[in-house]
Design a protein around this ligand. Structure first.
Ligand SMILES: Cc1cc2nc3c(=O)[nH]c(=O)nc-3n(C[C@H](O)[C@H](O)[C@H](O)COP(=O)(O)OP(=O)(O)OC[C@H]3O[C@@H](n4cnc5c(N)ncnc54)[C@H](O)[C@@H]3O)c2cc1C
Length: 348
């Protein structure tokens, strides 16, 4: 038997953030990962504190950004690679009314620091923009696929990751400890994304997961060095390739890219750009979204050795580092979890 402080199930953004917190605090752990979910690997990776449909603040964004930006910087130093690309977002404005809303929101006490208080009139080859753009700054894009790939290698070298399905029925509960196969741990932290559906301890929590698909295109005549946000987002990847997405599908629960998803993205893209493009890739994943659009963090009411980080929804990049820290402090230092993220809001 091997004794560890923690077992982590799942190495998406949630598991990665919690494992980093454990490393920083000098705790031992082992990660189980079975590649059943893809959300973190296919994510656009954007962080942006403004809901650009309505020009309203994203929940808790200012607080999360203060933790997330240094968190990814630290990972860049640790792993010797670049993951965070600072890139502005240009919101395509579609009417005089939207222009007026843009100016009105530029006075917002929090959002003003991220919004440029003018209409960008510059034109770009192949993009119609009769009402111009609103420019958002302080935003960026994390290369989540590369980050997870590199972090896995890092954990492999430390021999603290096992590529295997975690079998819930093999958990044995004992006082203040939990036994799983040949590991004894103080806690298991479940970070399975949509895999939570298989978890008998937490699958009662009210998920409302949404499948998302992206296509990647090659468009040699498209020249933008910002993320264009409209009915879809166009994200430059370099070398005239762009990620286009994403879709929202509330019914299909598979990670498989579909023709329907591709057609939807192509038809929206064609309303935005008039330059030729070729599709070179397509990916899909399930966003672990919760009914009330808040994360699921906390300790199981009957099995205090089991805990969870899930429900990161559409904004795992910003939320994960903050809630990982909060769960750690809750477990180790008995700090209170905020009610709005605590799973006790559903379990009592
Ligand atoms: C198309 C798309 C675009 C997105 N764009 C953005 C964006 O631009 N910005 C943003 O912030 N967020 C974005 N998101 C959301 C973001 O991806 C999620 O919020 C986040 O990745 C969720 O992370 P997670 O670790 O909770 O779950 P996941 O990434 O799903 O990770 C869970 C991990 O657990 C593993 N696992 C599950 N069950 C088991 C088991 N029994 N045993 C072992 N391992 C297991 C899975 O294989 C997986 O690796 C996007 C999502 C999608 C699908």
């Amino acid at each position: 038997m091997k004794q560890v402080d923690y077992i982590i199930v799942g190495l998406g953004l949630a598991g990665l953030s919690f494992s980093r917190e454990l490393e920083k605090q000098g705790k031992s752990f082992i990660v189980y990962e079975d590649d059943s979910q893809h959300s973190s690997k296919v994510a656009g990776g954007m962080y942006n504190p403004i809901i650009l449909k309505r020009f309203t603040p994203v929940w808790d964004a200012e607080n999360q950004l203060k933790i997330a930006v240094p968190f990814y910087k630290e990972l860049e130093n640790l792993l010797g690679a670049t993951y965070d690309t600072k890139i502005p977002i240009y919101r395509l404005l579609t009417s005089i009314e939207e222009q007026n809303n843009w100016f009105a929101t530029c006075d917002h006490p929090v959002l003003s620091q991220y919004m440029i208080p003018k209409i960008i009139k510059e034109t770009f080859n192949g993009i119609k923009s009769p009402f111009g753009y609103g420019k958002v700054i302080g935003t960026g894009k994390i290369d989540t696929a590369k980050l997870i790939h590199d972090y896995r290698l890092y954990l492999e070298k430390k021999e603290v990751i096992i590529y295997s399905n975690f079998e819930y029925k093999a958990i044995q509960h004992s006082i203040k400890q939990v036994v799983y196969k040949n590991y004894i741990a103080s806690k298991i932290v479940f970070c399975e994304g949509y895999g939570i559906k298989q978890n008998p301890y937490f699958n009662h929590l009210p998920m409302q997961e949404a499948k998302g698909e992206y296509i990647t295109i090659y468009a040699p005549d498209l020249n933008i060095d910002f993320v264009l946000k409209s009915s879809v987002s166009i994200m430059p990847l370099g070398g005239h390739t762009f990620k286009i997405g994403a879709t929202f599908n509330w019914n299909d629960k598979t990670n498989i890219p579909t023709e329907k998803g591709k057609d939807e993205l192509v038809s929206k893209l064609k309303t935005l750009i008039s330059v030729p493009f070729e599709i070179i890739d397509q990916v899909a994943g399930i966003r672990p979204t919760v009914k009330d659009r808040r994360p699921l963090v906390g300790i199981h009411p009957n099995h205090t050795e089991l805990a969870i980080i899930n429900g990161l929804g559409t904004r795992g990049v910003m939320i994960a580092p903050t809630v990982a820290k909060e769960l750690y402090n809750h477990i180790e230092n008995e700090t209170k979890l905020r009610n709005e993220i605590n799973i006790s809001r559903f379990t009592g």
